[in-house]
Structure formats: C-alpha cells, structure tokens
Design a protein around this ligand. Sequence first.
Ligand SMILES: N[C@@H](CCC(=O)N[C@@H](CS)C(=O)NCC(=O)O)C(=O)O
Length: 286
Amino acid sequence: MSDKQYVPPKVWKNEPSSGNQWANINRPEAGARFERDLPVGEHPFQLYSLGTPNGQKVTILFEELLALGIKDAEYDAHLINIGDSDQFSSGFVAVNPNSKIPALVDNSGTEPVNVFESASILVHLAEKFGHFLPASGPARTQTLNWLFWAQGSAPFLGGGFGHFYAYADEKQEYPINRFAMEVKRQLDVLDKQLAKNTYVAGEEYTIADMAIWPWYGNLVLGRAYDAAEFLQVHTYEHVVRWAQQIEAREAVQRGRIVNRTMGEIWEQVAERHSAADIDQALKLKP
Ligand SMILES: N[C@@H](CCC(=O)N[C@@H](CS)C(=O)NCC(=O)O)C(=O)O
C-alpha cells in the first residue's frame, strides 16, 4: 500500500498529480486546442495515426489487403505525434472528435467518409474489400465477438496495467495488483480459446486477430512494458504459438512498423506514402 493517503476533495479539480508525459496529455474538455489542417496525400485512404497497438491494427490490415494484390487499398499514413498534442488540431478533431489515433478519411467514394475508433476502421475496410470479416452467419458473429472483446479488454492492459506498471511515477501495489490480475485473466481467456482454434475466431485469420495481436501478441512476445517475467507470459503457450504465427506474416511485419517512432531503426517508418517507405526500413533489419 502507498503510504500517501489521498482524500478526494468534494469537487474534482484538474490538478495534475504526476509529472509523467502520459498522465498530462489529457484535459477534462474535448475539442480542438489549435487551428491546423491535416496533410492530404495522393492515395484513396488517408490514415492519421501512430504506431501504438491501436495504430498497428489498421496498418496491419492495410498491408494484408495490399498483400492480396488489392491496389485500391493504397494508403497514406501520416504521423500524429500524441506526445506533441497533434491529436488536438482542428483538422484531426474534425475527423475524430475523440482526439485519439487512429483516424481515417476514406476518399475512395463520391464523398469523403471519416472513420474513427480502430475497430470501426477495421470493419469499414474489411467490408469494403470483402476480406478478413465473414459476410454473414456464425463466423461473422464470432469475429465480431472477439473484435469487441479486444476493444473492451485492451484498455485494462494499456491504460490500466501498462500505465501503472510502466508509466506512473510511483509504483502502487493496489492498481498494479488489480490490473495484473485482470490482464492474466484475459490472457487465460485467450489461451483457452487458442488451445481449440488456430485463430481467435476459429480457423480463419480475421480482423479480430489483427485487433488482438498488437496488444496481447506484443505482450507475450516480450515487447510491452518490460513485463514478460512479471506476468509470466510464457505460460500462455497457445497465445505464444498464435502470436508467433501472426508475427511470421509479412504483412504484419510491414504493418507493425508504420507510423512508429521508437524501437530499432528498421522498425521506424514515421510516415508511409508508398510501399518503398517500408521496404527501405526493412532493408536495414540485421
Ligand atoms: N478506443 C480507441 C482508443 C484509441 C486510443 O486510445 N489511442 C491512443 C493511442 S494508443 C491516443 O490517441 N491517445 C492520445 C490521447 O489520449 O490524447 C480505438 O480503439 O481507436
């Protein structure tokens, strides 16, 4: 237990309790903080994102669609640096009033369509191109079950466990225990599902895998929060098997590095405007 006793005041006030950069991005008000238009590239899809797990979901899907030879899925991926408050520009807020990456403008039809929330973007693209989301029946429901599971569960991993275990200035037993318990329970849910199925929603690779892998796949592959030992991620052997299987896909290796500004140099493709941007980075891989 922390020795500092916090007594909530009668009315909450916005008094930052921490100096860490992730604690201080947000304010209790929504909306644009400054005027700036978004850049627009030449492709039908304009993605405004960052290579976090939520961003990776979408760039993995784009790369999977391109790997199928679908040229209409060409996209520009513009960098939104959330540490620099890019998500609060008037241009970004016009696309996503929630000020979170990823956000997409689909210019492929007669009128531009704004799409936000990573799962909504995945469904929009999967339906548009007819891949990675069964069109009807139980397989579609099963895919959506796991897609919604990911959207509901991952905030406990990122905003909950990751925040308190890795980012908070002070290590506090109560939130770390609470969120470690929940993350391990979620890993066990996945492990039991993947013991019986090749992919999360059955025998087909779907957008549910693309939504879950960036969070739980990266976690069991030891790429998140330096928490592999703490959470004993190797014990979830079916999740590890699945994570490695997804990781081996070329489209995943390409998509996971788009809009990334951290990690090894070959893992950083700050902006993607053509396949060559990714090719060049991957050439540097040892
Ligand atoms: N539910 C949203 C979550 C998106 C989200 O949390 N994005 C984070 C980065 S991973 C973000 O943009 N944070 C910036 C902020 O909170 O201001 C989705 O799935 O798209």
